[in-house]
Unconditional design. Structure first.
Length: 434
């Protein structure tokens, strides 16, 4: 993570002070429940809470201790003892390091998901607004990058809305799946700690108890979480790629907002480059990088090893920070996207009416011509227009074989753009509701 692609709200979740605060809360909540059970003195739990709640944990001191003991949780507990005093001996009773580490990671990933859901909402709101604005803005649809048939720019945006809405639902499920707590002790048997401690801590932190933790929370949960992030990142790239194509000089149907004073090139003053959507494409790659390591973390030795730990120290902050930044950048791009309906119309007209070829094909078949012969007749009049030799409609009118089945008024009626957009409202109702 670098400041360039980091929003402070998400970065705060991964700061050492935040992590140690969560560690403390896990230990203190556990102490509260142990006091209720009579495992530790009630006054000890009160002192742990009172002294720890007011503390600012000394990250440098914890790092100093860790350099000696070579264990991060022990280093923290040693520092906590310096703050709490003698009652610190009742901290971490019957617990193991993974109880703290895994539960903390669950809290962090859950909080990160909440921020990401807010970012998703920004994107969805922007897509819906612009889709409604351009519901009837007709443009050419492309398959293989080649002109196909007319669509509307609003339908393009509605498609992206539906895709991102599915991504939001996946993220909600991933949030629910990762929001689990493990306070089960060594190898997860609760031998030295009552299961009700886990239930209590989970409730206090907004989590659910992990049914079988085996000392660590099973990593299939984390794999699902990072996979959900990666799918969203790919959807971001899908939108970004469309915008980049539409901004190409030869197309120029839409482009990123170019602010006053902005410069596109150090060498060529005329340049207006799609730098934001190119950036989004790159950020999507970074988020997707987390998936394979997360999947490989699922297989651990027996009840626990720490091969997953170093991976998650990296992909946890990196994937969530990059996706958070990307979502908010995408929302801004969509909101400010400059759209050129006149250029869309000009591009549709550039092939001399060929975008209506299927309607002519179908009309010929309905008039009694075989599909094979209809295709041949349409294609022989389409190819000259493709080469710039006349207009498609004029070529058809001049073909006696065609006009033997379709007169001029019938042919002209087949070139109506409204035919292609008659079900736009149906599509919008499916996506956005009535």
């Amino acid at each position: 993570m670098i400041p360039r692609y980091t929003r402070p709200e998400m970065a705060a979740i991964w700061e050492p002070q935040t992590k140690f605060r969560i560690w403390f809360e896990i230990e203190a909540h556990a102490a509260s429940r142990m006091a209720e059970l009579g495992t530790i003195p009630a006054e000890a739990a009160d002192i742990i809470w009172n002294k720890g709640a007011e503390a600012t944990f000394d990250v440098e001191r914890i790092d100093e201790i860790e350099r000696e003991v070579k264990h991060d949780v022990i280093a923290f507990l040693t520092h906590l003892a310096e703050i709490v005093g003698p009652e610190a001996r009742f901290v971490h009773q019957g617990m193991t390091s993974s109880d703290v580490l895994d539960t903390c990671l669950s809290v962090q990933l859950t909080r990160a998901a909440d921020l990401l859901l807010t970012g998703m909402d920004r994107v969805l709101n922007a897509l819906k607004s612009r889709a409604e604005e351009h519901k009837d803005t007709v443009c050419v649809g492309r398959s293989h990058g080649i002109h196909a048939e007319p669509t509307t720019f609003g339908i393009k945006l509605a498609r992206f809305y539906a895709e991102m809405d599915r991504g939001r639902k996946r993220l909600e499920m991933a949030r629910e799946e990762i929001a689990v707590c493990a306070i089960s002790g060594a190898v997860g048997t609760f031998a030295n700690i009552d299961p009700s401690v886990e239930e209590y801590v989970a409730g206090q932190l907004g989590l659910k108890p992990e049914p079988v933790s085996s000392q660590v929370i099973p990593r299939d949960r984390h794999a699902a979480y990072f996979s959900a992030l990666a799918v969203i990142a790919s959807s971001i790239e899908n939108i970004a790629t469309e915008i980049r194509h539409l901004q190409r000089t030869e197309v120029l149907e839409a482009e990123e907002y170019f602010s006053p004073g902005q410069k596109g090139s150090s060498a060529m003053p005329h340049k207006r480059n799609p730098i934001l959507t190119e950036n989004l494409t790159g950020l999507a790659r970074l988020v997707r990088m987390s998936v394979i390591p997360a999947l490989e973390n699922v297989a651990l030795w027996h009840e626990r090893d720490i091969s997953h730990s170093s991976v998650e120290r990296g992909i946890g902050p990196d994937a969530t920070i990059h996706l958070d930044f990307a979502l908010h950048r995408l929302a801004g791009v969509i909101k400010k996207l400059v759209v050129y309906p006149e250029r869309m119309q000009a591009n549709m007209d550039s092939l001399g009416g060929l975008i209506h070829s299927q309607r002519v094909l179908l009309a010929l078949t309905q008039s009694g011509v075989s599909r094979e012969d209809s295709y041949r007749l349409v294609q022989r009049n389409a190819m000259p227009a493709w080469r710039g030799e006349g207009q498609f409609l004029d070529n058809l009118k001049a073909d006696a074989t065609v006009t033997a089945h379709l007169d001029a008024p019938s042919l002209e009626a087949l070139f109506d753009l409204g035919y292609h957009t008659k079900h736009v409202d149906t599509i919008f109702t499916r996506v956005f509701g009535k």
